[in-house]
Ligand binder design. Structure first.
Ligand SMILES: C[S@@+](CC[C@H](N)C(=O)[O-])C[C@H]1O[C@@H](n2cnc3c(N)ncnc32)[C@H](O)[C@@H]1O
Length: 264
């Protein structure tokens, strides 16, 4: 068996040290532009297909050297960018690449935002979190009610050197990080248990990006009037409108349709 299954996973402090050393030795580690182009295209088509506009805010969790934020900000110059990573070296690199971004060295579980974010990416990060359901739930906390999350994790269990048994372990080959080796079904059970809806479930072009999901908050399927309130319709005006019109008419009058066709 090509893994360290019997060893104890590293503490957060050890992980931080490991990632600091990685980015000091190789500041552009995991800098693979095709991943960003792929992610951007999936998200662009998803936004188009659901009649959504470009998000006002983006948060890249585990942003590493900042290549994803750099690419997305070149495509969406008006979007406010935020990035977090365990490694302060990675954060310095990202800040140089995307000067307008607000970047903080922080672990996901300690991250807070002044305002919920409209678009979140986490690429090659969630497989490193020992408590996956907690990590997905934390992402939900940071995401606005109508926001979307793009999550990519490697299909570690498909690596030829990985035993076809699920577990949290590190291989003695490759990047040698501790990561979850799970089948898609188990990942998706964990995602759903955290309260997310899976809107797209894709197989990436290589095992390193084997599982890709576009997620939204399950509560997006909320009553239409609550949805209108979120979209800025004032409560009193809504009550008056509701007295005079059926919900169907309100729907026609406002032209808002996306709460009906997402998450089916
Ligand atoms: C495999 S790298 C991927 C980096 C980047 N997303 C990319 O695609 O190049 C994993 C990154 O996640 C960060 N990371 C791991 N666990 C984290 C956590 N709990 N909170 C924040 N960042 C984390 C690491 O510091 C590292 O930069």
């Amino acid at each position: 068996m090509n893994s360290s299954a019997n060893h104890t996973p590293p503490s957060l402090e050890q992980l931080v040290k490991e990632y600091e050393a990685i980015y000091r030795d190789n500041p552009l580690r995991w800098d693979e532009p095709y991943k960003d182009k792929y992610a951007f295209e999936v998200v662009r088509l998803y936004l188009k297909g659901t009649n959504r506009g470009i998000p006002n805010t983006m948060l890249d969790i585990g942003c590493g050297s900042g290549h994803t934020m750099e690419y997305f900000s070149s495509q969406w110059p008006m979007t406010n960018m935020h990035g977090i990573d365990l490694s302060s070296t990675a954060i310095e690199i990202t800040q140089k690449r995307v000067p307008k971004a607000c970047c903080i060295a922080s672990s996901l579980d300690k991250t807070t935002v002044p305002e919920k974010v409209e678009f979140i990416t986490a690429m090659g990060v969630l497989e490193h979190c020992t408590e996956t359901i907690q990590a997905f739930s934390k992402i939900r906390d940071l995401l606005s009610l109508t926001g979307i999350a793009y999550i990519e994790v490697p299909n570690c269990i498909a690596y030829p050197e990985s035993e076809k048994v699920e577990g949290f372990r590190k291989l003695t080959t490759g990047s040698q990080q501790w990561e979850w080796h799970l089948f898609r079904k188990s990942w998706e059970e964990r995602i759903r248990s955290s309260g997310f809806s899976i809107n797209l479930s894709l197989k990436g072009p290589k095992p390193e990006m084997g599982f890709i999901w576009v997620l939204t908050q399950r509560e997006q399927r909320i009553p239409f009037l609550s949805y209108l309130r979120i979209r800025g319709y004032e409560r009193g005006k809504l009550a008056r409108m509701a007295l005079h019109h059926s919900v169907y008419r309100l729907y026609k009058m406002t032209g808002i349709s996306d709460c009906f066709h997402i998450n089916h």
